[in-house]
Design a binder for this molecule. Structure first.
Ligand code: UT7
Length: 334
């Protein structure tokens, strides 16, 4: 057993490095017009998505996770050996076990890290950041690498126009560590298992282990009741965003950048409206990547920072929603 030296418990945890990786292959709405009965106009107007990235056969979730994690470490100025904890949030792990986090650990050479995966679907990166923050606040661990990564394209029914136009592949990563100023100011997480059937990938687990029958029934593909998920996503994300602001005794006017889960522009517009956040403060990159599930919030944060949309001292709210159901928010001072 490894004995870890306990550090003095820090009072603030913040992001000290970010990374992102997407596959090179672009699948446009026009490409999808050749595959299913859809149109660029329908997809743009109903979702805001224009194109998404698709992994080449053989590219795995841990490949994308590794690349994004490596960049986050470089930005943080840390070596892999200085990482104490790796959490990979994903719904599309390389395999049921071992965890994708252990595969990333091996590639990085992060010998001292404790590694596990976290399953919270599209809320994955927000859940994983909050989970890592809790460990770091104890002082037992000092540096955590959090990655949200997905190769969803292998689990999409490419004959189902109601889902195949929505999703894409990618990974986002951050390094969390004690900070002297700013950092995470408030967090919120919630779950509702009573609506589990609204969004699921039923095959491949203990309920429907892989079999000829499970393949024939198309159980290994994502299934979604889009309309119901839409309404619940808006309600839960509005409540969650309001809760972190309330806990930090802040008003929407104090927020400089709002980074919602990148699922659908109409969901995002509704959340912004009901949370009292003007669209000028909302960051979106779903037009380029679609819904990348657990990678979504971290990929959007990465690009918002890179483009200078998020600046030093800005208050940033990340809010997520996904299968489970799960939802959560983080209020961060940059
Ligand atoms: O990541 C968290 C989980 N995911 C989400 O947050 C996604 C939540 N849901 C949504 O974003 C939306 O519900 C969708 C984008 C999935 C669907 O949009 P909608 O406005 O709710 O459309 P709808 O499902 O009510 O369908 C409207 C029509 C239907 O035709 P009829 O029955 O009215 O004739 C669909 O068959 O649009 C049709 N349709 C399409 N038409 C062209 C559905 N998908 C397509 C498509 N192309 N790709």
């Amino acid at each position: 057993m490894t004995t870890r030296p306990a550090h003095p418990a820090p009072s603030r945890i913040g992001i000290i490095g970010l990374g992102m990786c997407v596959p090179a292959k672009v699948l446009t709405n026009h490409d999808l017009e050749q595959m299913v009965d859809t149109s660029d106009d329908w997809i743009r107007s109903r979702t805001g998505i224009v194109e998404r990235r698709i992994a080449e056969p053989g590219t795995t979730t841990s490949d994308l996770a590794y690349e994004s994690g490596k960049e986050a470490l470089q930005q943080a100025g840390l070596t892999a050996k200085e990482i104490d904890l790796i959490i990979v949030a994903t719904t599309t792990p390389d395999m049921l076990f071992p965890s994708t986090a252990c595969l990333v650990q091996q590639r990085l050479g992060a010998k001292s890290a404790v590694c596990f995966d976290l399953s919270a679907a599209c809320s994955g990166s927000v859940f994983a950041m909050i989970t890592a923050q809790q460990y770091l606040l104890t002082g037992r661990y000092r540096h955590a690498l959090v990655i949200g990564a997905e190769v969803l394209s292998g689990f999409i029914d490419w004959t189902d126009r109601s889902t195949c136009v929505l999703f894409g592949d990618g990974a986002g990563a951050c390094v969390l560590a004690p900070v002297k100023r700013g950092g995470i100011l408030a967090t919120d997480m919630g779950s509702d298992g009573t609506a589990a059937e609204l969004l699921q990938m039923p095959g491949g687990g203990s309920k429907y282990p892989p079999s000829h029958s499970s393949v024939d029934q198309r159980l290994h593909f994502l299934r979604m009741s889009g309309g119901e998920i839409f309404k619940l996503a808006v309600r839960r994300m509005v409540d969650s965003a309001k809760r972190v602001l309330h806990d930090a005794r802040m008003q929407p006017a104090h927020v400089e950048c709002f980074i919602p889960h990148q699922a659908n522009i109409r969901i995002i517009e509704s959340v912004a409206k009901w949370a009292g956040l003007p669209m000028e403060k909302v960051y979106m990159n779903l037009q380029r990547y679609g819904n990348t599930s657990a990678a979504s919030n971290l990929m959007a944060l990465y690009e918002a920072v890179k483009e200078g949309v998020v600046k030093r001292d800005d208050h940033v709210v990340l809010v997520a929603f996904g299968a489970g159901l799960t939802w959560g928010s983080l209020l961060i001072q940059w």
